[in-house]
Design a binder for this molecule. Structure first.
Ligand code: 13P
Ligand code: SF4
Length: 310
């Protein structure tokens, strides 16, 4: 079947099932084409919480679909391929986090949304790359803060807030492979370009950049900036959207091989099968969901209440 026929079938089934298709900015061009909403982790969580659709088909990785299921327990949340995981999210378990908490009693726990539901259940507040700095900056200064699992995002937040954070050793393998030498070389080739990188990049790469931004932050800056050229330090399919929405501007990847294989496990055929057979349902055990929800709600509403020590 051609892509166009699959897309047509997806559109028909989507209406029949009252489904909404949420798509992350790293998905391929053809998956972006069937999106009802395309965004970063924070945007997509907010959409999942607000939608009145009966079914959410989540085209991204499993922690994102799990976050949707945490926020919308009355909806059927489907991921077209349950093997689409996130290696960074797997770098910390709930047990690891409980150990860290017992070493630092009284610490506030901030978990990057790239983490399992079980880790979120052990957390005070979740954050994404779009609001990590704001979340940490707002916390009372007389409390220790544990930040998991991304050591690179954690280092960036420490630099921006001037706060010491207790970190673990997680990182994104895709962003780790964006190297400072590559950014320097791209700058040499495109001296007028604005360099924007994701805060999951190593600190030496962020230091070389003009901006460190979430994926939707990049969309906004590309649209609003007067610059005509951009060097982009993140997953390569980010450039699909940037180029489509800014046909008069030029975008160069800092590392053209920065590809998230998990994101690419979602294909049009699998989205169609997902709608046809209502698969694969994301189920978060209720006890974990309830505890994780507080931390995710705080992130989505932008409101949290973690007080100073009494
Ligand atoms: P954003 O929230 O910026 O879209 O990032 C998610 C992610 O997984 C980056 O690797
Ligand atoms: Fe996880 Fe990195 Fe892929 Fe984002 S790009 S989903 S952090 S592995």
């Amino acid at each position: 079947m051609s892509n166009q026929s699959i897309i047509k079938k997806i559109e028909e089934l989507k209406k029949k099932r009252k489904a909404v298709i949420l798509v992350h900015n790293y998905q391929t061009a053809e998956i972006q084409e069937v999106a009802d909403f395309l965004g970063d982790s924070l945007d997509l969580s907010r959409r999942a919480a607000a939608t009145d659709a009966a079914v959410i088909v989540f085209c991204g990785v499993s922690f994102m679909a799990e976050t949707a299921a945490i926020l919308a327990p009355e909806k059927l949340v489907l991921i077209p391929d349950p093997a689409a995981g996130c290696p960074m999210a797997d770098m910390i378990t709930a047990e690891n986090l409980r150990d860290l908490k017992s070493e630092h009693p009284g610490a506030i726990v901030v978990a990057y949304v790239n983490s399992s539901a079980a880790v979120k259940a052990e957390t005070d507040i979740c954050c994404t790359s779009a609001n990590a700095v704001d979340v940490v900056a707002s916390l009372p200064r007389d409390r220790e803060v544990i930040f998991v699992p991304d050591k690179f995002l954690g280092a960036y937040v420490m630099k921006k807030t001037g706060r010491a954070l207790i970190l673990c050793h997680g990182y994104c393998p895709v962003h780790r492979d964006i190297l400072p030498e590559a950014v320097v070389e791209q700058r040499r080739l495109h001296p007028h370009a604005l360099v924007m990188v994701h805060p999951e990049c190593p600190p030496e790469v962020i230091d070389l950049a003009d901006e460190a931004l979430s994926t939707s932050g990049m969309v906004r800056v590309a649209r609003e900036s007067d610059r005509e050229e951009f060097i982009v330090g993140t997953e390569v399919d980010m450039l699909v959207r940037l180029r489509r929405e800014n046909s008069d501007k030029r975008f160069y990847p800092a590392n053209p091989k920065a590809l998230c294989v998990d994101m690419k496990k979602i294909t049009l055929e699998k989205v169609l099968r997902s709608l046809e057979e209502e698969q694969f349902e994301i189920v978060v055990p209720e006890e974990i969901r309830r505890r994780a929800r507080r931390a995710v709600d705080a992130m989505v509403d932008g409101q949290w209440t973690v007080g100073s020590k009494q």
